[in-house]
Design a binder for this molecule. Structure first.
Ligand SMILES: [Zn+2]
Length: 403
């Protein structure tokens, strides 16, 4: 079976300077000469953003790219962050942590990873209004929804439980009441000393954990329900406009802590892209998020670390995050997913954050290709991908697809 290719291009934050169309076209031509591509995901600066030096506005970049891809029969998706970043361009109600403290937005920097409350309908309407006002006039085939979650352990790093133990705003508290979730019991469970993070005692795959304290699994289940319901509504909005929908999700073993149930979410969209970034030391990267999980839950000594890795079946002694574990995660997800799965892997190289080499790309593509996936999402920014990485990806995908 031939594996499809999806490309991701980060062309700038909402209010950031954007890359000129020529740079995008050149990079696309370079890769299209070497492999067939099925979808291109690009975002997310406002089309109204102006660049005084070169092209007139980002609208030109989107429109020219849409026309270019349409001529080549390639689908064009808008990369749209939902519950974070949007707070820098609209007044949104922020998350409230378990101590009752608001998770304040930083100033209008891009990639700030501050999250708003994802269960708040007013927030959702304002977020959808950003789309309507800014992006609805561009010819996109679909939307690729990112940040469809609560913060992870890596966001607000160093402020124990502040990020994952949210949201406790009046709206969310009323939902917990409906589900009979005992908040005092939840608070008490946090000080319960455990060998594994949060008292995990089992991992069954697809983000399903066993916890020694039922209140903890109940809490994550309610969070996942809140995210699901909000996304159900958001997808309804985009379906009505006849857009295709893709989801950017965490690796399954990290997903429940962010309120994502990957299998359930797969029923809402046309494709999911789990971010299986084995070489990324930044948010969503497997080594980065795993370290933050261990650190924030006080499981940093060798005994606790090893117990965690053993329970999940992760070999912690590999150069990049365990390839076999990552492939197993993908295999379980593709077997259970209601929609096609594109394995997200990095092809960009970013100093100190993602040391992605041709050898890394080769071993990752080969292992992921055997998991039942529909294809690969070459992430997270084509514009930062060195030529040698693109050439290697083209070579390996060509070989995989010729078998
Ligand atoms: Zn809330």
């Amino acid at each position: 079976m031939s594996r499809e290719v999806v490309l991701q291009i980060f062309s700038g934050g909402f209010l950031e300077k954007f890359v000129p169309y020529d740079a995008v076209r050149q990079k696309l031509n370079f890769i299209l000469d070497r492999m067939p591509v099925h979808k291109v995901i690009m975002g997310w600066q406002f089309p109204s953003a102006e660049d005084t030096q070169s092209s007139p506005s980002a609208k030109t970049l989107y429109e020219e790219t849409a026309a270019f891809l349409s001529r080549k029969n390639i689908e064009f998706y808008l990369w749209f962050p939902v519950f974070s970043e949007t707070g820098s361009v609209r007044e949104l109600d922020s998350l409230v942590d378990i101590h009752g403290i608001k998770n304040e937005y930083k100033s209008d920097t891009s990639e700030d990873f501050s999250f708003c409350c994802p269960g708040n309908m007013q927030n959702i309407e304002k977020i959808l209004n950003i789309f309507t006002q800014e992006f609805d006039s561009i010819c996109f085939d679909g939307v690729f929804l990112d940040r469809i979650r609560y913060p992870s352990f890596a966001n607000n790093h160093g402020e124990s439980f502040k990020s994952v133990y949210s949201c406790f705003c009046p709206h969310c508290l009323s939902v917990y009441e409906k589900y009979n979730l005992d908040i005092d019991k939840l608070k008490n469970s946090l000080s319960f000393p455990a060998l594994l993070p949060l008292g995990i005692n089992e991992y069954r795959g697809n983000g399903e954990y066993g916890f020694s304290e039922k209140i903890i699994s109940d809490f994550f289940e309610v969070k996942a329900e809140i995210i699901y319901k909000s996304l159900e509504y958001i997808c309804g909005f985009f379906r009505e406009k006849k857009y295709g929908i893709g989801f950017d999700i965490f690796a399954p073993f990290l997903s429940p802590f962010t309120g994502q149930n990957p299998v359930k979410l797969s029923g809402l969209c046309d494709f999911i892209k789990p971010m299986m970034y084995r070489a990324t030391n930044a948010p969503a990267g497997l080594p980065f998020e795993t370290e933050a999980l261990l650190c924030e839950t006080g499981c940093t000594n060798d005994k606790k670390r090893n117990a965690f890795f053993k329970t999940l079946g992760i070999n912690p002694d590999t150069e990049n995050f365990d390839l076999f574990f990552a492939a197993r995660e993908l295999k379980n997800l593709t077997a259970a997913s209601a929609c096609p799965v594109y394995a997200g892997l990095e092809i960009n190289r970013v100093k100190d954050k993602a040391n992605v080499t041709p050898a890394y790309i080769e071993e990752t593509l080969h292992a992921y290709s055997k998991t039942g996936i529909k294809g690969f999402a070459l992430s997270w920014n084509l514009l930062d991908a060195p030529e040698e990485n693109i050439l290697k990806a083209a070579d390996v995908i060509g070989k995989i697809n010729s078998v």
